[in-house]
Design a protein around this ligand. Sequence first.
Ligand code: TEU
Ligand code: CA
Length: 554
Amino acid sequence: MSTELQRKWWKEEVIYQIYPRSFMDSNGDGIGDLRGIISKLDHLHELGVDIIWLSPIYDSPNDDNGYDIRNYREIHQEFGTMSDFEELLEEVHARGMKLIMDLVVNHSSDEHEWFVEAKKSKDNKYRDYYHWKKGVDGGPPNNWPSFFGGSAWEYDEASDEYYLHLFTKKQPDLNWENPKVREEIKGLLKFWLDKGIDGFRMDVIPLISKRLNFENHTLGSFNEVVEKVYSNGPKVHDYLNEIYEDVLSKYDIMTVGEGPGINKNVGLKYVGHDRGELNMIFHLDHMFLGHGPKGKFDPIPYDWCDIKKIFRDWHEAMGESGWLSIFLDNHDFPRLVSRFGNDNQYRRESAKLLAMLVLTQKGTACLYQGSEIGMSNVVFDSISEYRDVETHNFHKEFIANGVSEADFLSEVHAHGRDNARTPFQWDESENAGFSSGKTWINVNPNYKEINLAVDKTAKDSIFKFYKNLLSFRKENLCLVYGQWVEHMLENKNIYAYDRIDENTHFRIVLNHSNEVQDLSLSVDGYELIMNNIEDSSGDQLSPWEARLYKKSNS
Ligand code: TEU
Ligand code: CA
C-alpha cells in the first residue's frame, strides 16, 4: 500500500447503524432499548461490523423520535439508564468494536430548558440561543419551508415574534452565531467523549450557519432550497473548525457529518485531510434522487446512470485529498432492497448485489440494521399505522391540496421513513422476536418469511454473504485504499469498476437489472472470487448477478 496514504481505523472499519427504538426490546414495553442492544451485540460481532452508530438515545419528547433533544446529557428513560449506556459501551469495547453517538445540534427540542427559558421573555438570557424574527405583513418573516411541510417559522404570541425551525415546530434551530451556544455544544461533546465514545455522526451539520438576511428564496424545488439557502452558510466552516480545534482534535475519534445540501463542489471543504473539520460526510445526492419539487412524496424518475454518475463525481471530487462514506440506506429512507433492488422476484440476489456494491466502493461503508437479512419496505393499509412526523405532516398537506388518500399512501409505501423503522425481524416468533409487548409500530407482516433465524439456515443466506464480504474486505485493504476505476459508464444495466493497488487488482461487475445481460467487459486473466448466485456462467450475467474477480498473479 502506498506509504503516503494515511491508514486510519475509521477508513478501514465498517459502520452499522442502529435505530434503537426498533432494534431489540428487553423489557416488553414494545420499544427497543439499550439492554436489548446489549443482548444482540454478539449478532453484530458475528456479522463482522466494527463501529456502531446509535441514532439518538438522549431524553426527548419524541416528536421526531429523538432528533428533538430535551436533555443532551440524559438517556431517554424509554431506552434505559446512564449505567445501561455505560455497560453497553463497555460491552461494545470488550468485543473490539466502537460506538459513535448521533449529535443533533442544529436544533434542540422546544422542551429543552434553553428554549423554555427563551420563550419566557425577549430579554431572557437564553433568548438568543435561538433565531427570533418579527413577522412581515401579518405572516412569517420569509417564505422558507420546513423539511417537514409548512413554514419554517412558528409564531410566538407572547412576544409577537416568530422562531425558526427547519424541521418540526418542536425542533427550534439553535443560534450558532451566539458564542454561548457554541460553548454549550463544546461542553456536551466533551461530556460524551470523556465517557469513552469513539466519535459522532453529526445530524444536518451543514445547516448550522444561517444566512442572516433571512431573505425570501426564489427557487423552484425544495432540494435547491436545502442546497442554496439552508446549507453551506457563511460561517459553517468557522464553526466546524472551532469545535474541531477546541475539542474533537484532542481525541482519537471519528466524525461523520450528515450532509443535506453538501454537493461534490463543496465536499472537500468539510472533509479535506487538511481542513480540521470532519473526517467524512454522508452526502445525500443519491438519496435525494427522485425527490420532486415538493420533496420525496412528489417523485420524479431517475435511473442507475444517475446513481453511477453521482458516485463517479464524488470519487473524483474526493481524489486522495478527502474521504467518503458509502451507504444506500438509513433510518430516513426506504429499505435499500426495495428502493435500489428488487424486493419481489429477486430479493436475495439484489440484496447481495447491493451489499457487494456498498462493501467494494472506495470509502467507509455504512450498513443499516436489517439490511443484512434483506428486510424490505412495509405496506401498511392505513395512514394511522404510520408513526413518522414527516409522513403525517405531508399527509395533511397533500390531502389538503387534493391528492387522494390512496395516492398519498402509495407514495408512503415507496418513500416513507417508517419503511426503515419497523422492528428488526429476529425470528418467526410473535413480533418477530423483537418484543413480548405491543410494539410502538407494527412489525412488517412478512416477518415469518424474512427474519434472521430463517435467513441463517438458507443456502443462499444474505447474512452469510454479508459476513463473507465483511471479512474479505478486512483481509483486502485494496478494497479500502485501492484506486477506483469505472468501466461501462453509460451502460444502464451494469455497474462495473476495478479496485487497484500495488499488490491487487479486483474487478466488480453488477447486473442491477431484471434481465440477462452480456458481460461486455473482458475478464480474461481474472479469477472469479465471489458471486451471489449458484450457477454463474461465463459471459452472461443473470438478473441481479454480482461478481467479484481478482486478476491472476495480483
Ligand atoms: O435528517 C436530515 C434530512 O435530510 C432528513 O430531512 C431526511 O433526509 C429527510 O427525511 C428525507 O426526506 C436528519 C435525521 O437523519 C432525521 O431523522 C431527522 O428527522 C432530521 O435530520 C432532523 O433532525
Ligand atoms: Ca423496551
